[in-house]
Design a protein around this ligand. Sequence first.
Ligand code: OAK
Length: 838
Amino acid sequence: MSSFDVSSIGKPPLIGPRAKRRHVRSLTGDFPEVDEKGQEKWPRGDEKSWKAALRDIHAEVPEITKSVVTHVQTSLGRAPYNIDDFGAYQAAALSVRDNLIVNWNATQVEYTRKSPKRAYYLSLEFLMGRTLSNALLNLGLLDNYSSSLSSLGFGLEDVLVQERDAALGNGGLGRLAACYLDSSATQELPVWGYGLRYKYGIFQQLIKSDDGTQLEAPDPWLDHQNPWELPRLDVTYEVRFYGHAQRWGEESTGRATWSGGQEVLAVAYDVMIPGYGTKSTNNLRLWESKPKRGFDLQSFNAGNYERAVEASNSAACNHILGKELRLKQQYFWTAASLADMMRRFKNLEKPISEFAEYNAIQLNDTHPTLAIVELMRILLDDEELSWDSAWSIVTNTFFFTNHTVLPEALEKWSVPLMEHLLPRHMQIIFDIVTVEKKFPGDRDRLSRLSLIEEGFPKQVRMANLAVVGSKKVNGVAELHSDLVKKNLFPDFVEFYGKSKFGNVTNGITPRRWLDQCNPALSALITDTLKLDRVTAGRTVKHQNKERLALFVERQLGVKVDANAMFDVQIKRLHEYKRQTLNILGVIHRYLLIKNMTPEEREKVVKKVVFFAGKACPCMCVPFLLTIRLIVNVARVINSDLDTNKYLSLFFLPDYSVSLAEILIPASDISQHISTAGTEASGTSNMKFCLNGGLLVGTVDGANIEIAEEVGEDNVFFFGHLTPDVEDLRYQHTYHPIPVEQKCPALAHVLDTVSSGIFGGDGVYEPLLNTVRQGDFYILTDDFDAYIRSLEMVDEAYADRAEWIKKSIRTTAKMGKFSSDRAIQDYAQEYWNIESIKL
Ligand code: OAK
């Protein structure tokens, strides 16, 4: 993978007039166009290979070329000479898919034959990114397809970048789910994912050129045929909403009949998940909603239904969807998934009492918590089990992972809404509450433990429900798991005992996040004969920086100095992640350099700062201004001829998995600077380190464990620790100290922004005021330490040989953060499942 064409990363494939111009002929199926001299014109000037492939289609041509050409003709319905890079991508993808299907079938047959205990990963988000490159790597077919495509006149890289990212989610939790699927297949574990087949992925982010504001456009990722999924039009389930729940008999925890309302069809789409170096190929089953034919038209409110279907088709952030639609989406997905699991279990012809011995269900945060109630409903109403038997099965089947301690992310559903949409489920939740009253303790404790929060309206606390209904609960890094116990669920820990609460530190797949995005470094690691690793490591990093520089030049038309230090912060934009701290730090650096003499400037470490990330448009207004500030600061400092040689800044729009794959290998230093105690884990920190980038960060999330592995001297820590944060917030409220007094350097930066040198005409004041007043994320307390840590980064970077050694040591010590380890932790300590060898 040497000359990586980055020009169309994250871009939709070429369609429309421009694409047509690249065809030799339009899609008429005619033979090649003839030029002025009567010569046939063939794409890529490679007439011979196409003709040979056509002629020898049934003879001894390499299998791969044969299969690609066949797909061009039979699946795409095109004459083979009549395709562009996108057509070549489609044909290659279909050809690779053939391999996947064979392995996928073999795997599923083996699972059926051996009837092992299976684990199901329920996640509302799966950020899969591109598939072709990953499938080729995992199948060990990269070189073969590269040769085959090249014999047909196509470069592998040109073909790979045609694929559009599957971006069915927002951020960390969704990408983690994708890494875990890769590792489950690689470890040959019988794990399936269940999610939603959104019609639109996470919005495409556009940055308005005049004022830097973020605009959101839909991501119609399915506009072209998606080669990576198999529609299973025969696998459908009916999912009910609304209606009435009628209890049977007197007993409050007994059976009921739920009838009436609306029914929607859930249709399955299967996505094959290949393991690395194994035939084992797992399944990600995504549900699409379809109207049910012939149902009660009178109770069908067409307008609402359309809206519901449309909304359930968007992977937009939480708050965009109306509450009811979001709840509908969650129930639709969990009900279809459970019906599917139940059908599979029934095929085993085992007694229902053994359900938990054959099934483990992992809840990826609280979004799938309704699955707990749905399984209760099935066991009580359909299987006619007693409450205690049903509850015992449920609480041995589910496992719950929490992914955030931010109170605003803890889901709650209004009781009246639940009663309206899911009347039977609300009954069951009330029944759990009744049973739960057995909890001893005082009234306050009982109310904290309760699944129902008092108020107008009353609310169902989904996190409490997930804890009560699960066998085990875990956080995603050591510190976070401690906070889950101490701050989120202390009463539950006291009630159930500590053993119910654990930790599984997150992991990332080294396939995508090293082999695929950084093949040169991957090769260097496996090359045991290489003597001068420092020089080689430096060369690899430099090549990756040049690749990023080329990308920026093509995207933004600006040249970037690959000899400068590359400093990267890429993640969802959120106040707690403190992109604001970073941009205020950049301004500070700019002002320092601006005030230097030319001689002093020559001693400055040259730096290019990169930001990328999407901001959920429903976030608070001040914070949305951060992107605007970054873009406008970039405009000023990149055009300042005094300083731009020493400091430049870029906001790369439309952050995606594919963009991360270019940015991460190119980073010298990356920023993970959340307020201590707020970032559950972070996983990009692991990706940067694996690629030999060093971290500047707070003592938070997985940063801590990374430092334990790579050594504290290889991480640039700064800032107040978690236990200080509450005290500082208290001080801010009751004994505020003006920023001018507490942190003059920051006050100067804030005043500079207010002065209007970055434009905006006062527009940034709401953002600046969140720092000057309130300062919930303690920027004024951490700013000085942050600047000092960046100075230490400069000093360390000045000794380039030592820096590269740090970088190599960091890469070498990242074994713990492989998702293979993480998934084994889940498999052994939680799900109790074993590998199935094919
Ligand atoms: C998203 C929605 C609701 C709750 C949590 C999230 C989420 O994305 N959390 C992130 O999960 C990652 C994977 O565990 C962590 O690395 C991030 O720190 C966390 O913010």
